[in-house]
Design a protein around this ligand. Structure first.
Ligand SMILES: [Zn+2]
Length: 249
C-alpha cells in the first residue's frame, strides 16, 4: 500500500489520501514494523487504576446506522484458525453483544467527501440513535459509511469526551478491512489507545495495517485485542471501559 499521506489522529484513525489533523511530519515519524512485535507480558495499560479481581462480563448492544448504499454485513472473515467475527471478538473480552442494524440514512447524509465535521457526525448520532438498552447493558453506536477511495482509511470516535459513538467508512466488499475498522473503533469506544503510542506496536485490532511491512489478513491475531487491551477491557474499572463512561485516555 502506498503511504503518501495520512496522519495519526489522536481521536481515531486515519490513513489514505486525506489529511484530517496533526501534520505530515507526525505521520512520517512512525516507522513501519516488521517481525513479531513487542513483548507485552505483564504490561498494564493504566498502572493508576485498580484492577478487578475477576473478569467482568456484560451484555451490550451495537447499534449500526448506515449510509444508504451500505448493506447489512456479516462482519466475519476466515483466518488460518477459523472464522473471526465481531461477536466472538467481543465475547473474548467478556462482552455479549447484540448487533442491531438500525437506520438507513438518506442519500448524501453520510459521505466521506468532503470529510464530515465532528458537529455533523454528532448531529447524525443524536438524530438517529434510537435503539433502547436494558438496565446495565452497554451501548456502542456506529455510523457506517462507504469509502469512495480504496486507499483511504478514515474512521474515528465521534465524541472523544464521552466515547459513545464512532464512524467508519469502509469498502463493504473488503470483509477483512471492514471487520478490522469496526473492531478498531469499538476498541477506542472501550478506551483503548493505539498500542504503539503507549507500549509498542502490536499486531492486533488496534494496529494500523499500514504500519506493518508484513501485515497478514489471515493471521487471527489481527482480529483480536492484544493481551494488554484484553486485560484492560476485562479488568479495568467499569467507568473507564464502558462506552459513554468518560473521555478517551
Ligand atoms: Zn485508531
Amino acid at each position: 500500500m502506498t503511504l503518501i499521506v495520512a496522519v495519526a489522529n489522536a481521536l481515531g484513525c486515519s490513513g489514505g489520501s486525506e489529511q484530517v489533523g496533526g501534520s505530515a511530519a507526525e505521520y512520517l515519524a512512525y516507522e513501519k514494523s516488521l517481525g513479531s512485535g513487542v513483548d507485552v507480558t505483564g504490561v498494564r495499560l493504566r498502572e493508576d487504576l485498580e484492577e478487578l479481581e475477576s473478569d467482568r462480563s456484560v451484555s451490550a448492544i451495537l447499534e449500526i446506522d448506515r449510509a444508504h448504499d451500505v448493506p447489512e454485513l456479516a462482519l466475519a472473515v476466515r483466518t488460518r484458525s477459523g472464522v473471526a467475527d465481531l461477536r466472538s471478538i467481543l465475547a473474548e473480552v467478556g462482552i455479549a453483544v447484540d448487533i442491531v442494524w438500525s437506520d438507513r440514512l438518506a442519500e448524501g447524509e453520510l459521505v466521506d467527501v468532503p470529510w464530515p465535521g465532528e458537529t455533523q457526525l454528532r448531529d447524525l448520532m443524536t438524530r438517529y440513535r434510537d435503539v433502547p438498552v436494558r438496565e446495565g447493558q452497554w451501548h456502542f453506536y456506529l455510523l457506517l459509511g462507504r469509502k469512495t477511495e480504496a486507499e483511504r482509511e478514515l474512521s474515528l470516535v465521534i465524541d472523544p469526551k464521552r466515547r459513545t459513538g464512532a464512524v467508519a467508512f469502509v469498502d463493504p466488499e473488503d470483509e477483512a478491512g471492514t471487520l478490522h475498522a469496526v473492531g478498531h473503533e469499538i476498541g477506542h469506544l472501550l478506551n483503548l489507545p493505539h498500542p504503539w503510542e503507549v507500549y509498542g506496536n502490536t499486531r492486533s485490532l488496534m494496529s494500523y495495517p499500514w504500519r506493518w511491512e508484513d501485515w497478514d489478513w489471515e493471521d487471527p491475531e489481527v482480529f483480536r485485542f492484544d493481551a494488554v487491551g484484553r486485560r484492560h477491557i476485562l479488568r479495568a474499572p467499569e467507568v473507564v471501559v464502558r462506552p459513554g463512561g468518560g473521555p478517551l485516555g
